[in-house]
Design a protein around this ligand. Sequence first.
Ligand SMILES: NC(=O)c1ccc[n+]([C@@H]2O[C@H](COP(=O)([O-])OP(=O)(O)OC[C@H]3O[C@@H](n4cnc5c(N)ncnc54)[C@H](O)[C@@H]3O)[C@@H](O)[C@H]2O)c1
Length: 263
Amino acid sequence: MTTDVLDLEGRSVLVTGAGQGVGRQVALDAAAHGARVAVNDFHLSRARATADEIVALGGNARAYACDVTDFDAVRSMVESAASDLGSIDVLVNNAGNAGPSIESLDAPLPFWETAPEQWEPWIRTNFYGVLHASRAVLPDMVKSEHGRIISVISDAGRVGEPHLAVYGGAKAGVAGFSRGLAKAVGRFNITVNCVSLSAIMTPAVADALSNPEFAQRALRAYPIRRFGQPADPSRLILFLASAAGEWITGQTYPVNGGYAISS
Ligand SMILES: NC(=O)c1ccc[n+]([C@@H]2O[C@H](COP(=O)([O-])OP(=O)(O)OC[C@H]3O[C@@H](n4cnc5c(N)ncnc54)[C@H](O)[C@@H]3O)[C@@H](O)[C@H]2O)c1
């Protein structure tokens, strides 16, 4: 009998956007707790780097390049992962931010000066990406009457950020989608939850957070006076993925150093 409360032995875990940042850490940690890990990223080189790291540490992982905004590509990735590693038991919807291209992180304009095409990468990656991957893994989860879907959202979607209104809208949409889906699939022992983050030190935000003046100002909003590290959310994601989380569904859990505290 294992004493590991986060045990994932025998489980297949798909992590989207796992080539760096939070997703990479979740993939590493899931493998360390015994999971077979499907490492997805838009960039094959990044997915491979994470999968190679896991294998070098003695774990089981395979890399899959695909864009989560492309449903057909997601569906065929899920089919390949199921045949390579076993059908997906745990989906971590982590790919997000402005999508795979840093170019789409335009200097923030007020919403009323933006054009609809500028909203697309945010909505497609953060909202449709979650729908696509969830839709692709669910038939097997329903069949096996077991599953976990955990989506990484943002406090921009819970409390609002003035320059991230569209992103926040997409993330809040994921929380709403997850609540409805949790009710639809609970009878199959499938749980659906969100983990909501504030500033985590990842390549996406490293530049901004390494500016000392900006960092000092930003940290005033954090009762725990440091920015998050990928391991902070990863531990909660693993808890929700493991048997320990089996009676938790339809919820959003902030991991944010106290950035936004509410009842
Ligand atoms: N870092 C933060 O401060 C922060 C704060 C709040 C929420 N989040 C959320 O946490 C998650 C992880 O963020 P991060 O900072 O680790 O990200 P990151 O940008 O550092 O890494 C994300 C990875 O996802 C991949 N990706 C992006 N779009 C993709 C797509 N369409 N298909 C497949 N792969 C894609 C990228 O190639 C990249 O390797 C995201 O959902 C983000 O919105 C992050």
